[in-house]
Design a protein around this ligand. Structure first.
Ligand code: FE
Ligand code: ZN
Length: 481
């Protein structure tokens, strides 16, 4: 079995392994599927030789059927001590925006994106001697490696053609369907290894491998105290489809002592906290509260009902009263002052730490762009969109699609810090998944099916709260609808 494929599977599962154990698996197993099924129920961490032997010597079919492998000799990835308890903001556009809406500033946004991601490819085993596109020769039987931003991508009879660019040049790339298993997305940044030949004065790279920056092996952070965080999104206060009863049940649950709710210390809200005003044509007829300030006042009152032990962290969405272009800063003072001290405001996206656990909060407006680009992504199930964001390390790659982007000197949509928890909202569906050790959440909604959704045949999944135990990394979902 190919070592590359094997390393890929181990990375996917968040497994660290000794070179000896790696050799062993390579010699024992006879294919990707066999390895996948043997490792199916192993949770992330270090995999020792004894464990590997027991996994691969047992009948693989039997393991697949049993579907439960006790991780007896699994060693937990070492915990990093939280510097201190509480909320820490790691990255947020709020107060840092230098957007001037000039074309040059988009040049610097994209240059920033390219530089940051190219840096992530340093030491990548699948790309050797990464060069600038301008220095790629006209013909080369020796493989060349480079990193480029996808400017153009289309399917052809035999595969795909892409145009990739870096700050100094551009090049055409042919990818057959063995090399590229999923479509490229415009403006994402990928690594390519391949041979070069020329047609006229144009160079064409025949790709042998395509690499995303992805989430490398990393240590997962845990809290030092037995606390949990709850995640919700898209409350849409002010809408006549706001689910008041479900919301009240949720608040009652938070107040009830002796339940798993008792250890909740943080409540993170992923945007669209109110329905807003003038967000789409004829919105008035869908509103119970038609004044934007009254919507936020009502929300402030609702959040006051939440027990005081819980800090509430509010991030904006496209329905909120803040610039729609991303990255979105936190609300202005005129909104903030309606709320009490227990509510903290952040931008979207923002990377924060809760008791030492890193959380990436992003409203998720760009999910629509992923739905257009990837066949396995839909409004009902955006899981693969969230995974692709992590894999390409960009929250909103497409410029000129359905996500409005603001030109900033630095590209805030790049995922610089690897989170432990990644939460989005926006599409009103529910996802709880894991990718390379990261808990991935699309945080439901508190709005029932709207007229517009009915027209588009979309059924939302409202009233779901995700709770993550920050000291153990265990997530669970609680339903209130
Ligand atoms: Fe929404
Ligand atoms: Zn939204």
């Amino acid at each position: 079995m190919m070592r590359d494929a094997l390393l890929e599977i181990l990375a996917e599962k968040g497994l660290l392994i000794s070179p000896e154990a790696l050799d062993y698996i390579e010699s024992k197993s006879d294919g990707v599927d066999a390895v996948r099924s043997a490792l199916m129920d192993v949770s992330p961490g270090f995999l020792g030789m004894d464990k590997v032997r027991s996994l691969f010597e047992r009948n693989l079919a039997e393991i697949a059927e049993k579907r439960e492998v006790e991780p007896e000799d699994m060693v937990q990835i070492p915990k990093i001590k939280a510097e201190k308890a509480g909320i820490k903001v790691i990255k947020d556009i709020t107060g840092e925006s230098r957007s001037t809406a000039k074309v040059e500033s988009f040049v610097s946004t994209f240059t920033s994106r390219y530089r940051k991601i190219r840096r992530m490819f340093r030491g990548n085993m699948r790309l050797k001697n990464i060069r600038n596109i301008s220095s790629i020769p006209k013909n080369s039987r020796d493989e060349v490696s480079f990193v480029g931003m996808v400017r153009d991508f289309r399917e052809t009879k035999k595969g795909y053609m892409a145009t990739l660019e870096d700050p100094g040049g551009e090049i055409s790339v042919f990818l057959n369907k063995e090399v590229l298993r999923e479509p490229l997305i415009l403006d994402e940044v990928v690594g390519v290894r391949g041979t070069v030949s020329s047609r006229g004065k144009d160079r064409i790279v025949f790709a042998r491998d395509i690499v995303w920056p992805d989430i490398p092996m990393h240590e997962v952070n845990f809290a030092d105290e037995p606390v949990s965080a709850a995640f919700i999104s898209d409350i849409h206060v002010g809408s006549n489809t706001f689910l008041k009863d479900s919301w009240e049940k949720f608040i009652e649950w938070l107040k009830r002592p002796g339940d798993s709710a008792k250890r909740i210390k943080y409540l993170v809200i992923g945007g669209d906290v109110v329905d807003g005003v003038g967000i789409y044509p004829n919105q008035e007829k869908d509103l119970d509260i038609s004044d934007i300030y009254s919507q936020y006042e009502t929300l402030a009152g609702m959040l006051e009902e939440i027990p005081d032990r819980i800090s509430v962290i509010v991030s904006p969405g496209n329905h909120d009263f803040v610039r729609p272009a991303e990255p979105q800063p936190a609300f202005d003072d005129e909104i903030k002052r309606l709320f009490s001290d227990k509510v903290r405001f952040i931008g979207s996206p923002a990377c924060i730490e809760l008791s030492g656990v890193k959380v990436l909060v992003y409203h998720g407006t760009s999910i629509t762009d992923f739905i257009s680009a990837l066949p396995d992504v839909s409004y009902e199930d955006p899981t693969q969109a969230l995974i692709r964001m992590l894999k390409s390390r960009i929250l909103a790659p497409v410029y000129g699609g359905s996500t409005p982007l603001a030109p900033e000197k630095e590209d805030y949509m790049v995922i610089d810090d690897i989170p432990d928890i990644f939460i989005t909202g926006h599409v009103h569906s529910y996802v709880l998944s894991r990718y390379r050790g990261i808990i991935v959440i699309n945080a439901s909604t508190w709005q029932s099916q709207t007229e517009y959704q009915k027209m588009n045949n979309f059924k939302p999944s409202p009233g779901v709260v995700t709770v993550v135990e920050l000291d153990t990394g265990k997530p669970f979902a609680k339903h209130f609808y």
